[in-house]
Design a binder for this molecule. Structure first.
Ligand code: URA
Length: 275
């Protein structure tokens, strides 16, 4: 296959992930596509034309580049399938093979975004099922929520590799790895349109918001992702490492702000947690 054709196919198949599901094609491009199609039927390789192709009759309708994805469930299932062999991530060679997508309710009001799967997540192919996940479940329970009622995902869909001796050790994804996976989480957000997003830790904030600052300096404020109110708070594993009343209260205050944003009831008892 010619490099030009390969590049065109790659660019076209990435469009839906960027939110584009239809494509206007001009006469010149249509002539090239037609040439490729005829060559494929003949079983030969069409050479890219060196001069502008002759104009052909424009079709009456726009060309669609994706299946007709109507529901959020369909969009997420399609994305999950795409993510399995996400070329940008695979090409780096620094991420492990198993893809860990997301869990929870596709119609959730609240979306939580972590950094990347760790050992347990890779084993179970589900985000936040290890010790950090248990801490996250406790936080959700304190809010009156459950894992099934929210949508939980990661900025990076593959466990970052640490070489053959990795065993159970984990590391955070680097900027390259974050950038490679970013279109996936961005497409998840476009599909779900939650009322509120929480970045769990600095890696998620770096990816979604482009913020390099510390979590301490970002928490306690509202930001926006695709126009959706976004809060940055400490990663649950930070709480496992710093199990102090101050750290717990800081996260809890962010969660109270989230509950308020979502118009959730807040009891007097909940207001006093970790004080
Ligand atoms: N930490 C994360 O950020 N995500 C997971 O899925 C697990 C641990």
């Amino acid at each position: 296959m010619s490099t030009l054709r390969q590049l065109a196919i790659e660019a076209l198949s990435n469009l839906p992930v960027q939110g584009q599901t239809t494509l206007a094609v001009d006469a010149g491009a249509r002539a090239i596509l037609r040439e490729w199609m005829l060559a494929a039927r003949r079983g030969t390789t069409a050479q890219p034309p060196s001069a502008p192709a002759a104009a052909v009759e424009p079709p009456a309708v726009q060309q669609s580049t994706t299946p007709d994805l109507q529901t959020t469930e369909q969009k997420l299932a399609w994305l999950r399938e795409k993510a399995l062999n996400w070329r940008a991530a695979r090409a780096l060679g620094s991420l492990r093979d198993t893809m860990v997508f997301a869990t929870g309710d596709p119609h959730a009001q609240l979306m939580l975004v972590g950094e990347a799967p760790g050992y347990e997540e890779e084993q179970q192919q589900e985000p936040f099922v290890g010790p950090a996940g248990q801490k996250l479940t406790q936080i959700l329970t304190a809010m009156g929520l459950s894992r099934a009622k929210v949508y939980i995902s990661n900025i990076c869909k593959f466990r970052p590799s640490m070489g053959p001796q990795q065993h159970t050790a984990n590391r955070a994804p680097n900027d390259e790895e974050i950038a490679a996976c970013l279109p996936i989480i961005q497409a998840e957000i476009r599909a779900i349109r939650p009322a509120c997003i929480v970045c769990l830790g600095g890696t998620a904030a770096r990816g979604l918001l482009g913020h390099a600052a510390s979590v301490a300096s970002q928490r306690g404020k509202w930001f926006e992702t695709q126009g959706i109110p976004t809060r940055v708070t400490y990663h649950p594993s930070y709480l496992l490492r710093n199990d102090t009343i101050t750290a717990r209260r800081a996260v809890w205050e962010d969660m109270l702000a989230v509950m308020q944003k979502l118009n959730m009831p807040i009891s007097a008892k909940q207001l006093r947690y970790f004080k």
